[in-house]
Write a protein that binds this ligand. Structure first.
Ligand code: GLY
Ligand code: MN
Ligand code: MN
Length: 430
């Protein structure tokens, strides 16, 4: 791992929050992700499943966490299974977690080798009445691959058909949505690394530079600051490319006079940051570019103020739509008739701003978190309005990550990342 060790109190607290919501005499199981193959004997770098990480800090493949708060044998109330390490593995892959290290990482006292799982699990299931399965019910999920978790669920349903089934997801959704102070500190570190990358490219971007060269500069800065790299596939799009919302080719030259949109964030310790900045390739905004830029900036600032305890996500989006409509009228992109005759299901502003303004942020970039109930303190959201004008070869989006406070304005984790148009120009020309 490149990141500094995390105090295991975080994972102890997270498990306590999960088990407090379990039914009596129930067991919950969380599996690692698979390591994905790319052909022959090659694999992609391992990415831990966020739920087992959230509940244990164990960042290793083929690990299983079992929570059984009512187990008769106290030492079986929490168990971690890790694959047995040996000298051969130590030479070829580097040492895997020992039992002692697994305990130090997670705060779970009982650690067994994975080879003991079937025997121990059968014994626990003879005591348990209900088993919690960790199905993926994220509102944006569309996963075709069968995960380790899916295979486990199939196996258990087949072997233990008389048990009750329950869902882990609603519990995880509610607890992962509200961040602990340790998590906010990790998110801040991820944002700070992103800031370093952005400051680096401000001195690098000029007409003729390739989009992928900018991507490389970010990666350089991320890796040297203990990040594994990008929290999500980066978007580095200049000119018209900035209007393609999911543009990830990043293979075109940045042209004099164009704007450059960068939706780029570092991960740190599996926590995401999610930033968008848009800058003039030649270091100077035209009047038109500055007018559109400042409109987006004002929408971002106004939208941020609405992120307070009690706000409903759907109503928030309606309010942001009104703010954006007024800016688009000011820019002459909409006229009053467009607004008077708009379809309430697809308001006029959507022609230039067609995506959402905010999503939860955390271990996943589009993180778990309740969206139908009022917002709470310590939820972390992005704020990311944009105006896309393909006929002018210009797309401008600005995105910060903010923490909702008990009272007052949200705390901006990206407060130190330059955003003011004059500051961007100064830094690009210094
Ligand atoms: N980078 C993905 C997003 O902004 O939602
Ligand atoms: Mn983003
Ligand atoms: Mn985002």
């Amino acid at each position: 791992m490149k990141y500094h060790a995390i105090n295991n109190q975080l994972f102890i607290k997270n498990r306590a929050k999960f088990t407090a919501q379990m039914k009596p005499n129930a067991i919950a199981v969380f599996n690692s992700n698979d390591i994905f193959t790319t052909g022959a004997d090659s694999t992609l770098p391992f990415h831990q499943h966020r739920d087992i990480f959230y509940l244990s800090g164990v960042d290793q493949e083929e690990s299983i966490l079992v929570l059984f708060p009512d187990a008769l044998d106290k030492k079986h109330r929490e168990i971690i299974f890790v694959k047995e390490t040996n000298d051969h593995i130590a030479v070829w892959e580097g040492a895997k977690l020992t039992k002692k290290q697994a305990t130090a990482t997670s705060g779970v006292a009982t650690v067994y080798w994975l080879s003991d799982f079937d025997k121990v699990f059968f014994d626990l299931m003879t005591e348990a009445e209900t088993i919690y399965f960790n199905t993926n019910e994220h509102y944006r999920q569309s996963v075709e691959l069968e995960s380790r978790e899916d295979r486990f669920i199939k196996k258990v349903k087949d072997k233990f058909p008389a048990h009750n089934w329950a869902k882990s997801f609603p519990i995880l959704q509610s607890i992962r949505g509200v961040k602990e102070s340790e998590e906010i500190a990790l998110l801040q570190t991820a944002c700070d690394i992103t800031e370093k990358g952005f400051r680096r490219i401000l001195g690098f971007v000029k007409p003729g530079v390739m989009e992928y060269e900018i991507e490389a500069e970010f990666m350089h800065e991320f890796l040297r600051n203990r990040s594994k790299g990008f929290a999500y596939t980066p978007i580095v799009g200049s000119g018209y490319n900035a209007c393609v919302l999911h543009y990830i080719e990043n293979n075109q030259p940045c042209k004099d006079g164009d704007m450059l949109l960068m939706d780029v964030g570092a991960e740190y310790a599996n926590y995401s940051s999610d930033m968008t900045r848009t800058i003039p390739v030649n270091g100077r905004f035209t009047d038109r570019q500055k007018a559109v830029y400042n409109a987006v900036h004002r929408v971002k600032d106004e939208a941020t103020k609405l992120l307070v305890p009690g706000t409903l996500w759907a109503e928030y989006h309606v309010e942001v739509g009104k703010i954006m409509t007024s800016e688009l009228l000011g820019l002459g992109l909409l006229d009053k008739a467009d607004v008077q005759h708009e379809d309430p299901n697809w308001p006029a502003y959507k022609k230039y701003f067609m995506h959402g303004t905010s999503h939860h942020m955390g271990l996943d970039t589009h993180d778990y978190g309740a969206l139908k109930t009022p917002m709470k303190a310590n939820m972390v959201f992005t704020v990311e309005p944009g105006i896309y004008i393909p006929e002018e070869n210009m797309g401008i989006r600005l995105e910060d990550d903010v923490v909702i406070k008990e009272t007052g304005a949200p705390f901006n984790l990206m407060r130190n990342i330059p955003i003011d148009a004059a500051e961007i120009e100064d830094l690009m020309n210094s």
